[in-house]
Design a protein around this ligand. Structure first.
Ligand code: NAP
Length: 255
């Protein structure tokens, strides 16, 4: 298949972890990829270079998903690559372990702005391009939820868990809103996945420490999550919308 023949995919936070694995797999499957990142330009350029080395099409684009002017910049880069086919709302942050009665308003604002508002703003930009209501040809959106949405994460990050709960509701509502406009909207719910996110929450050993207690007794890999994301984006999932796939080795599958 010609590079980029499957259309353009925006992967927010596409530079590291699950986003990087998704960007690489999407390029392999024929997408031109906008590899969005917030600050770590080296990581983003590495992913884009790897895609180029494999004959794919990619561009690394800086932008904070919680800022609408940055989102406009990210999607302008997508427009320069071709027709938008999909969005992976992957950019997400946690914070250090804290109880709710210790959380500052600054922490809460960052948590909800990036994890919730960012997903809304990117979906808005994607729908304006993909919806048949706006003259588009359709497409697919995949949101990143978390097992935390089901578990609540007491004593760690109830704010993050609540943000991902909002993503679950967003997935259902948006799926129904645009189902008649050629756009499918689904989510993936990772469990404990081996990425840098745990270190960013001050607990780099979290995945290794939790691994033995998980139903499948190991942490998942970013690529295992990416495969579910790519399936949901693909025509293989053409009648699937408004649903969530848990990629959690059995963690938090019972509500
Ligand atoms: P990660 O390794 O920490 O990578 C986060 C990515 O998001 C980086 O590319 C980062 O860019 C980008 N990012 C952060 N803030 C951003 C912003 N404001 N605007 C744009 N990009 C931003 O994370 P991950 O573990 O791959 O997680 C990816 C998604 O899966 C998140 O939504 C997370 O909540 C969810 N998830 C992860 C796990 C897990 O165990 N890993 C479990 C459940 C759900 P820079 O490199 O420039 O900072």
């Amino acid at each position: 298949m010609a590079a980029g023949a499957k259309g353009v995919l925006v992967v927010t936070g596409g530079s590291r972890g699950i986003g990087a694995a998704t960007s690489l797999l999407a390029a392999e499957r024929g997408h031109a990829v906008v590899v969005n990142y917030a600050g770590n330009v080296e990581a983003a350029e590495r992913v884009a270079a790897q895609i180029h080395a494999q004959g794919g099409v990619a561009v690394a684009v800086r932008g904070d998903v919680s800022l609408e002017e940055d989102v406009a910049h990210i999607f302008a880069a997508a427009d320069r690559l071709g027709t938008l086919a999909g969005l992976v709302n992957n950019a997400g942050v946690i914070d250090v372990a804290a109880r709710v009665d210790e959380m500052s308003v600054e922490r809460l604002t960052r948590m909800f702005s990036i994890n919730i508002t960012g997903s809304f703003l990117c979906a808005k930009a994607a729908i304006k391009r993909m919806s048949t209501r706006h003259g588009g040809v359709g497409g697919a959106i995949v949101n990143l939820s978390s097992a935390a949405a089901k578990l609540g994460s007491p004593g760690y990050y109830v704010d993050y868990a609540a943000a991902k709960g909002a993503i679950d509701t967003f997935t259902v509502g948006l799926a129904l809103e645009v189902a008649g406009e050629g756009i499918r909207v689904n989510a993936v719910r990772p469990g404990i996945i081996e990425t840098d996110i745990h270190a960013s929450g001050g607990d780099p050993e979290r995945a290794a420490r939790m691994a033995p207690s998980l139903p499948i007794p190991r942490a998942g890999t970013a690529k295992e999550v990416a495969r579910a994301i790519l399936w949901l984006l693909s025509d293989e999932a053409s009648y699937t919308t408004g649903t969530t796939i848990a990629v959690s080795g059995g963690r938090a599958i019972v509500p």
